[in-house]
Design a binder for this molecule. Structure first.
Ligand SMILES: Cc1cc2nc3c(=O)[nH]c(=O)nc-3n(C[C@H](O)[C@H](O)[C@H](O)COP(=O)(O)OP(=O)(O)OC[C@H]3O[C@@H](n4cnc5c(N)ncnc54)[C@H](O)[C@@H]3O)c2cc1C
Length: 461
């Protein structure tokens, strides 16, 4: 419980209208998308960078824990105040697009800007910000940078880190730093921007982000391939990506996922298929899109695709995407508890990865439907069990540990996009040596010697 004198001092910094300490608001800010909850002692809404600096300086001097927060849509508990303290919420004031620099194709935004608002603003002037997490309607750029969010378009356009050119941030002692430049090239000094990206609010509080923009392609087409076997579909993924064309998206659903969507929505999906791949291509010339789709169809068919459909209208494209977009919520047909991971491997390891997952499912007698962004090697692996049965939940966690081990064995990573936070902290030792973990801890200590900023995350404590 925080002392009243601290709340009074925070009020002096941000004003009484920008501090919550009543029960209802503390509960509201105790959640993110993990469904875990930890109540903060207070929630502060900084009005500008100077407020952030004053708050952090005060917290550092008085050893008060502080947890930055965007929209609270994180899947791993990064924005949860698991050690109590203050939640620093950027959504209320620090949510402005400051500049769209058309000449240098750059946007400068505050951290609370919602991803989709930025996309719409830059597309209105013919530019394009590609990172499109499925949470794009509500997640913030600050959260996206801190988790290095990715989306469906990552196969061609990459992820958040590929667009962050520079940042302003406040260190835990209140010092303001600038990292990076509005330049394509910048090799002066350590890459502090690179260290802050995906640091999950453990090193500094982001107050401004400079993002690279590109030209918006004029045309998009969608196609779907149906495969008898998931193994062949996974072979088709990496062979397509190495075929000389680069689809915008290359998403997959396995048989269990197809069945779950069909059971929920009755769309006439091929319930006996081993897998479906949905793909988008883009460009500025019809001939170019046709060439890309011909190449993809050829590679798909060489790898066991029995049916290949190209959408002729926007409505048909939406239909082809329907199953993928509704995959996640449909999985509840298999159980009330879903352990949803976002492991990622080099694309050529996808066939072996899926085989390992299905062997784990058989060993533990659980269902592990998989879907996801296979164009970038990212598979959403969902261990589904009855949440009310403690034995089943225990088994699910054993299965998850093997899912991580299989991923690491195949050269992959614990997380492609959701980060580590609290949820995956216990597994960090599987992916990193003691020496590597010690290096992470040294970096944390260099930025935050008093461990006030988002402690107990990323397995660093
Ligand atoms: C339905 C759904 C779909 C999703 N789909 C995707 C997807 O396709 N791809 C993907 O990558 N993720 C996805 N996510 C996860 C989540 O939306 C992303 O991790 C997103 O980037 C989090 O943004 P946020 O604004 O909600 O951040 P929060 O959840 O509020 O915070 C996330 C982390 O960022 C830190 N943080 C926030 N703001 C700052 C700041 N200004 N300075 C320093 N640290 C800060 C927090 O401390 C925390 O550690 C999905 C989530 C949901 C619920």
């Amino acid at each position: 419980m925080i002392e009243k004198k601290h709340l009074d001092n925070f009020e002096k910094i941000v004003g009484s209208e920008n501090i919550y300490s009543d029960k209802a608001h503390l509960i509201a800010y105790s959640y993110d998308a993990t469904r875990e909850h930890f109540e903060p002692d207070a929630v502060l809404f900084p009005r500008h960078e100077q407020d952030v600096s004053d708050i952090l300086k005060y917290c550092n001097e008085h050893r008060i824990v502080i947890v930055p927060r965007g929209a609270g849509s994180g899947f791993t508990g990064g924005a949860l105040p698991s050690s109590g303290g203050i939640v620093l919420a950027m959504e209320k004031h620090m949510n402005k697009i400051l500049e769209i620099d058309m000449q240098n194709m750059v946007a400068i935004v505050q951290p609370g800007v919602i991803n989709m608002e930025l996309q719409r603003a830059v597309e209105a002037v013919g530019l394009f910000y590609p990172p499109d997490p499925a949470s794009q309607e509500y997640s913030t750029i600050g959260g996206n940078v801190s988790e290095n969010a990715g989306g469906m378009r990552a196969a061609k356009y990459g992820i958040t880190k590929d667009y962050v050119m520079a940042m302003r941030a406040v260190l835990p002692n209140g010092d303001v730093i600038k990292a990076g430049k509005r330049t394509i090239k910048d090799v002066a000094g350590y890459n502090i921007t690179g260290i802050l990206i995906a640091s999950e609010g453990t090193l500094a509080v982001t107050t401004e982000v400079t993002l690279k923009l590109i030209s918006k392609p004029k045309l998009t087409k969608t196609a779907m391939g149906i495969f008898d076997s998931v193994h062949q579909a996974m072979e088709a993924v990496y062979k397509t990506m190495a075929s000389g064309v680069t689809p915008v998206a290359m998403e997959f659903l396995d048989n269990l996922t197809i069945r779950a969507v069909e059971q929920t929505f009755h769309k006439g999906l091929p319930v006996d298929a081993g897998a479906i791949l949905v793909t988008d291509v883009d460009g500025n010339m019809d001939d170019d899109l046709d060439f890309q789709l011909e190449t993809i169809e050829r590679v798909f068919r060489e790898n066991g695709c029995s049916d290949f459909k190209i959408a002729q209208t926007k409505a048909e494209a939406a239909d082809l995407w329907f199953a993928r977009r509704n995959a996640s919520p449909s999985l509840s047909v298999y159980g009330s508890k879903k352990l949803n991971e976002d492991v990622t491997v080099p694309r050529s390891a996808l066939p072996a990865l899926l085989e390992r997952f299905y062997a784990i499912a058989e060993k533990y007698n659980v269902k592990i439907p998989c879907f996801g962004h296979t164009g970038d090697g990212n598979v959403h692996t969902n261990v589904m069990v009855d949440g009310k049965d403690p034995e089943q939940v225990k088994i699910a966690y054993q299965a998850i540990e093997e899912v991580f081990q299989a991923t690491i064995d195949l050269g992959g990573t614990l997380s492609g996009e959701h980060g580590i936070g609290l949820a995956k902290a216990p597994y960090m030792h599987m992916a990193f040596t003691d020496e590597e973990m010690n290096l992470f801890k040294s970096i944390k200590k260099a930025f935050d010697p008093n461990n006030i900023l988002n402690p107990a995350k990323m397995g660093l404590d």
